[in-house]
Write a protein that binds this ligand. Structure first.
Ligand code: CA
Length: 168
């Protein structure tokens, strides 16, 4: 799972990147809008975390430019602009979700899971690897057809491993 974090507040950017890398996401970062667009031109991301107030090129311009050629990449706006109007404008411009700053890292992580999982469940409901299978709707795992009893945490870890197995 490849993520791009676009955020000019370096301390916040690094906190987010560190916590996402700890969760085994592959993460790139950009500190301004121009740098972000250059990365988006050459690399494909599963999800982009986008701040709106950015130097050089603002986040809305980055989003609109991306959406001219790419409707697939998920975009989650992270912004201190929490007015309803800004949210509506961001979602209308093609963002998939909006999180107002300040936010808790746990909420950010949950939204990332939801956005990336939604993308993948639309494509595939049953994942398999050797004799192991995982049903993403019922969230149950089985080995050679035999259902496994797992805790919520174990289920989450297994699901994460199954989703990432293709080098995604
Ligand atoms: Ca900013």
């Amino acid at each position: 799972m490849h993520l791009l974090v676009i955020e000019d507040e370096r301390a916040l950017c690094e906190t987010i990147v560190r916590s996402l890398r700890r969760l085994a996401y592959s993460v790139d970062l950009a500190y301004d809008g121009e740098q972000a667009l250059r990365l988006l031109e050459v690399k494909r991301y599963d999800l982009v975390l986008l701040d709106l107030n950015l130097p050089k090129l603002d986040g809305m311009t980055v989003l609109r430019t991306l959406r001219q050629t790419d409707r697939e990449t998920r975009v989650l706006i992270l912004s201190a602009r929490s007015e309803v109007e800004d949210k509506v404008q961001g979602l209308d411009a093609g963002a998939n979700d909006y999180l107002a700053k300040p936010f808790h890292l746990a909420e950010l992580e949950a939204r990332i899971r939801s956005l990336t999982l939604r993308q993948f469940t639309q494509q595939d409901m049953l994942l398999s690897c050797g004799g192991l299978s995982f049903d993403t709707r019922s969230r149950t795992a089985a080995v050679n057809g035999q259902t496994l009893t797992l805790t919520r945490k174990e289920t989450g870890i297994l699901e994460c491993l199954m989703v990432h197995q293709g080098g995604q």
